[in-house]
Design a protein around this ligand. Structure first.
Ligand code: SF4
Ligand code: SF4
Length: 229
């Protein structure tokens, strides 16, 4: 599947785009109807440094409650450089002094214990632990105790978010259990005047054209998309 998204038409808030699938072309017309559907579909909205700088300048400490650490940004795949796995292959692990096998992740932790401990301290001291995630979760977090990938850590301030981003932590919007963004109220974005750049740019032309899953989800979710002949 391939999608080509047109720019907004002159003096209009409409776009036309073309979906090519198995040699067939389907044209669509898109115009936002402000239905709010995209804000209740569990999108992962990540926060950029420019967002944080803007909120700091606007003194918007009130909106920090809507953000959490993306636990995937602390996963081995995000933290450990790929070169490490060449030296410590997953299938072999590393042999300890006692002769037992150690996973590449544990070997990495041992070698970088000080830096990892500093990161853990930063997270624990500067975030509110709203939830550890479900017990018996299949994917326990690899270095934060008693947590899993769906644990919720809210930053305590905008400055903390800035420091966290510089440390490689990714922050995302919190969605409630129904997959709805915390800031959606009465179908409207309650922080519309300063919403995250990702929300301002949605639907992002480059993103849709380069990510088939994003394009498919957009067509499924967006109420402003209609087939066009
Ligand atoms: S911040 Fe606003 S625009 Fe972005 S997902 Fe939440 S409600 Fe929607
Ligand atoms: S789902 Fe589509 S039409 Fe509805 S608010 Fe989002 S972009 Fe606009």
């Amino acid at each position: 599947m391939h999608i080509v998204v047109g720019d907004y038409m002159p003096e209009s808030d409409e776009r036309v785009f073309c979906l090519q699938h198995g040699g067939k072309k389907q044209y669509y017309r898109y115009k936002c109807t402000l239905c709010g559907e995209c804000c209740r579909h569990d999108y992962v909205i990540d926060i950029r440094m420019d967002d944080v700088a803007r909120w700091k300048q606007q003194d918007r400490e009130d909106i920090v409650r809507g953000f959490q650490i993306d636990m995937k940004s602390l996963a081995p795949a995000a933290v450990i450089p790929l070169g490490w796995y060449k030296v410590h292959p997953i299938d072999q692990g590393t042999t300890t002094e006692k002769g037992s096998q150690k996973s590449p992740e544990m070997a990495f932790l041992d070698e970088h214990r000080e830096g990892v401990n500093e990161l853990v301290r930063f997270i624990v001291d500067n975030h509110v632990r709203v939830s550890n995630g479900l017990k018996n979760e299949y994917l326990p977090h690899w270095f934060l105790p008693d947590t899993c990938y769906i644990a919720i850590f809210q930053p305590k301030s905008i400055v903390i978010m800035k420091q966290g981003i510089l440390k490689g932590i990714r922050y995302i919007l919190i969605n409630n259990l129904r997959g709805q963004c915390e800031f959606l109220q009465a179908n409207l974005c309650s922080i519309h005047d300063t919403k995250p750049i990702v929300c301002q740019e949605y639907p992002n032309k480059d993103h849709l054209e380069n990510d088939v899953r994003a394009a498919t989800k957009f067509i499924e979710v967006c109420k402003g998309v209609n087939p066009h002949n």
